[in-house]
Design a protein around this ligand. Structure first.
Ligand code: SF4
Length: 503
């Protein structure tokens, strides 16, 4: 009988449709991604075992499981429950239910952007509320404590919100150094600390390998960043900490044991793995890839990478590209932060993003980086931030002009709404919601979506290299329908902003 049960809602615990980035779709409002589509196509649930557990949870639950098992919890003492079957896993012996979510209230940058466009309730908020409703009813019967943790924890620091969802404690930040004592004290009833617990950054060697796979085949390779951008939560976690190869290979083995040979390495700046400064350590990254391939991993997909690495260290990129290509991956995505086309905003809010170049050179760095990506067949999904504190019309126009100058680059651009994340330097600033968005913001969205829609089909062909012809036809049709819908909505929103005089 488990002493601790861990779970997350179905907007996170689903089978991603082919790529990690499809997880973005769970941030859409229900009026666009309706329940049937959510349940049966976009966010199909991870498989559940007969006892209500799942073998494919999100990474944060696997991380907590590993921390507890590394402490005093035996194999049966901690279980990961499927969100639809928590009642089959939780029982009278359960003392703690741990819940995790990325964006529990549906106020994250991606969610806010979609809601600004279409309005309505985002699926991630609805699914979190549904899970907490189920847990609250079980809590009334069994009397366990509910602890929330994960990257969305800052959203739940308000005691009224905690009461609303039936949450006893919220753990903000990293858990390795606090979870063992916290869980033991909660179990024994001796906990006398605050309701909100501040985690502590773990040392590199304090993070154990996960004990089983995750739904997105993620392997965490670093934490923190060290570049100190004022709007960003990883900047709060301090310097970049790279985990030892031994821990990473342990994670990879957990996937190989289940026959999974394609993994995604998770980092705020993947290509700075092993670096002790703000530049990339070429040897450390190449060694990491080589060791993963040697272990039996066939595909190593990455998430975030910096523009400056591509612009400043192009030889390293071409070496890495050759290595990846040698292992059969035809094209590779990455998610760099483009943020803005304004050198002034870069200098004021994120000067180290451009290091070792001068922040005023940022627009040039972006162009050079995209050139290097293009040459090496990397496909970037670039995120931008709209409504940064201090942003004026000229900044937005500079961004629009920069995007327009990149017409022939194979890249996607996703402007997201600025969010004042708690504990960051800009936590007191205003959120960028539809009512604040100016005509120029809607023009920026029009320019980027026009660009994206032109490239959707080309990008698929690029990555698939002539394979999957039927899928290409389907994608073309879907892009046409979605494209005319989104462009029409953007025109409507722009007219509303003009009418309201938000110039
Ligand atoms: S470089 Fe990226 S991850 Fe690092 S602080 Fe800036 S925005 Fe955050």
């Amino acid at each position: 009988m488990p002493r601790a049960v861990l779970t997350a809602d179905s907007s996170a615990m689903h089978q991603f449709i082919g790529a990690l980035y499809s997880g973005f779709l769970s941030t859409f409002p229900r009026r666009i991604v309706q329940d049937f589509l959510f349940k049966h196509v976009i966010c199909r649930s991870v498989p559940a075992n007969a006892d209500g557990t799942t073998d494919y949870p999100i990474l944060s639950l696997r991380a907590v499981e590993a921390i507890l098992r590394n402490d005093s919890y035996g194999e049966g003492d901690v279980r990961i429950a499927h969100p639809h079957h928590v009642s089959r896993v939780i029982d009278s012996k359960t003392k703690i239910v741990g819940v995790s979510a990325l964006d529990p209230l549906g106020i994250g940058p991606a969610t806010t952007s979609w809601v600004a466009l279409w309005g309505g309730q985002p699926q991630n908020r609805l699914k979190f509320a549904a899970l907490m409703h189920r847990i609250r009813r079980l809590k009334e019967r069994h009397g366990f404590k509910v602890v929330f943790g994960g990257s969305g924890a800052w959203q739940l620091e308000d005691p009224n919100v905690q009461d609303y969802y039936g949450i006893d404690h919220v753990l903000v930040g990293e858990g390795e150094r606090v979870i063992p004592d916290l869980f033991n004290e909660l179990e024994s009833g001796s906990y006398s600390g605050d309701r909100v617990i501040q985690g502590l950054p773990a040392r590199e060697t304090e993070v154990p390998s996960i004990l089983g796979p995750t739904n997105t085949s993620l392997i965490e390779i670093t934490r923190g960043c060290g570049k100190g951008c004022k709007f960003c939560s990883p900047s709060v976690a301090g310097r970049l900490r790279s985990f030892p190869l031994e821990k990473i290979l342990g994670d990879a083995q957990a996937y190989l044991d289940r026959g999974i040979k394609s993994v995604t390495i998770q980092s705020e700046d993947t290509l700075r793995y092993g670096s002790s400064n703000l530049e990339s350590d070429e040897d450390a990254v190449l060694t990491l890839y080589k060791e993963l391939f040697k272990l039996g991993i066939k595909r190593v997909i990455l998430t975030h990478a910096s523009m400056i690495t591509f612009a400043h260290q192009p030889d390293f990129i071409s070496k890495l590209t050759k290595l990846i290509r040698k292992h059969g991956l035809p094209g590779y995505g990455c998610q760099p932060g483009f943020e803005t086309g304004s050198g002034r905003l870069i200098k004021e809010l994120m000067p180290n993003k451009c290091y070792p170049r001068d922040p005023s050179e940022w627009p040039e760095v972006v162009k050079e980086a995209l050139d290097v990506m293009h040459k090496n067949r990397w496909l970037p999904c670039c995120t931008l931030v709209m409504g940064l504190p201090g942003e004026d019309e000229e900044d937005i126009r500079e961004t629009i002009n920069l995007i327009k100058s990149l017409t022939h680059h194979l890249a996607f651009f996703f402007p997201l709404s600025f969010l004042p994340v708690k504990h960051t330097a800009l936590s007191q600033s205003a959120r960028c919601v539809r009512e604040q968005m100016t005509v120029a913001h809607w023009e920026l969205l029009e320019v980027t979506w026009k660009h994206n829609l032109r490239f959707f089909n080309k990008a698929f062909g690029y990555v698939a290299e002539g394979r999957f012809p039927l899928m290409r036809v389907g994608l073309r049709l879907a892009t046409g329908v979605f494209g005319s819908f989104i462009m029409q909505t953007l025109r409507t929103r722009k007219k509303e902003a003009e009418k309201a005089g938000r110039n």
